[in-house]
Design a protein around this ligand. Structure first.
Ligand code: AMP
Ligand code: MG
Length: 406
């Protein structure tokens, strides 16, 4: 499956994925440049310079950044030079302005030490060489990458198009945020949470709204959703009386549901299907379940389509503050808060391994620990133990949680 490519300007390139490798068209820096404000000189002139016996040079001119100068440096001469300016012919070293004594209204300088060839000079091609590969296809573009592309003079780049992901909520109890909440209703949070994840991970969410638990209505909505690249449906994924989604997927096209139920907690009533070549992910209605199910199955699918290994992911190793019992035979997703202790030690405090309906447990976590149940031979263990190190997938920077009491 492929979504095609498009050219975008660099200002629109954040979090896009390169569809072609980029080679460097020129040497960077394109010329020998000074890395400091100072004086361009011949290093051999300073061979005898000491703190007691300074070398005196005549300053014959000034070169500012961006200016071309015809000055040529020969023995006994120096030229004042700005950071980033082109080093004049003949000079092989730049001495910092702070290190010399300036006299005679800037016409003479006194140098108190021996300088080396090449000091404070960035040679042509020092940063990047013409022809070298700058970034590979599939690179998830970060700010530094975008700066790098701009630094070699490229203004437009070929990236994968965003995946169009239809996002549908099902459930007669769901109300639109901003509307009046009926007696037995709850606000639809999944659609907004899932759309936000889609947007952050290479997709463009297409909002298909809320659909009541009525077979014909859901059928029509799924038919519409199948016009897009990927379909995400939350709610009605299980075996309840009104859980129409999986049977409708099977009815609409082949092969239909290919995976039904996953050994994970939360998130077990997740189903994966393909209808007429379109991937369909049926997510549980409980918000934390929907989150981890999209994280586990949706994001890798998006990365596969976009030919990328994904965005930079922040992880933190932390010491578990408590024993955690794992769900037997399942992968357990443990929400944790991270506390920073003195001596650079991080402690992960479990928030919950259940309570998938409680979105606050996710929103007030710092990250998630994904614990695989180990059922091999004598290694069998259904616990994570207090004091052991765990890898936390961070949902936010450690220490930036907004509410202290949660
Ligand atoms: P279901 O998977 O349809 O059986 O729903 C399981 C639970 O998740 C029920 O308590 C639903 O009310 C809740 N739920 C379903 N869809 C959403 C949604 N879009 N936003 C928030 N909660 C939901
Ligand atoms: Mg439902």
């Amino acid at each position: 499956m492929s979504v095609g490519t498009e050219y975008v300007r660099l200002v629109e390139a954040t979090d896009r994925i390169l569809a072609n490798r980029i080679s460097c068209p020129i040497d960077i820096p394109p010329f020998q440049r000074s890395t400091v404000d100072g004086f361009a000189i011949l290093s051999s002139d300073t061979k005898k310079a000491t703190r007691d016996h300074h070398t005196m040079l005549d300053v014959v001119g000034k070169i500012s950044a961006g200016k071309i100068s015809r000055i040529r440096i020969s023995s006994g001469k120096a030229v004042a030079i700005a950071t980033g300016a082109k080093v004049p012919k003949g000079a092989d070293s730049v001495i910092m302005i702070e290190d010399v004594i300036i006299e005679n209204k800037g016409k003479k300088i006194f140098i108190p030490y021996k300088t080396n060839k090449g000091s404070n000079i960035s040679p042509r091609g020092n940063d990047l060489r013409k022809g070298q590969i700058l970034l590979r296809e599939g690179t998830w573009l970060t700010a530094a990458d975008i700066g790098l592309i701009a630094s070699v003079g490229i203004s437009k780049i070929n990236v994968y198009k965003k995946i169009k992901v239809a996002v549908l909520s099902t459930g007669s109890e769901l109300a639109e945020p901003g509307s009046n909440l009926g007696n037995a209703s709850i606000f639809d949070s999944n659609r907004f949470m899932l759309s936000s994840m889609v947007r952050k991970h290479g997709g463009e969410p297409i909002d298909l709204g809320i659909c009541r638990d009525q077979r014909s209505l859901i059928h029509a909505r799924i038919m519409h959703a199948l016009k897009f690249d990927v379909v995400l449906i939350s709610g009605g994924s299980s075996v309840g009386e009104k859980d129409y989604v999986p049977s409708l997927i099977n009815e609409i096209g082949k092969p239909g549901i290919i995976v039904s139920g996953i050994a994970m907690k939360p998130g077990s009533p997740t189903s994966l299907g393909i209808v007429n070549g379109k991937p369909v992910i049926v997510l549980p209605g409980y918000p934390v379940s929907a989150f981890v199910a999209l994280y586990t199955f949706g994001l890798p699918l998006f990365y596969k389509i976009l030919n990328t290994s994904g965005p930079p992911v922040a992880k933190q190793v932390a010491m578990l503050a408590l024993d955690v019992k794992l769900h037997k035979g399942m992968t357990t997703f443990i929400r944790v808060r991270i506390l920073k202790r003195r001596h650079g030690c991080f402690v992960a405090e479990p928030v919950s391994t259940t309570g998938a309906s409680l979105l606050s447990t996710l929103a007030y976590s710092d990250g998630i620990v994904v614990a695989k149940y180990n059922n091999k031979g004598s290694q069998r263990d259904d616990m994570l133990h207090k004091g052991q190190n765990v890898e936390v997938i961070l949902l936010r920077d450690v220490g930036t949680r907004r509410l202290n009491n949660c």
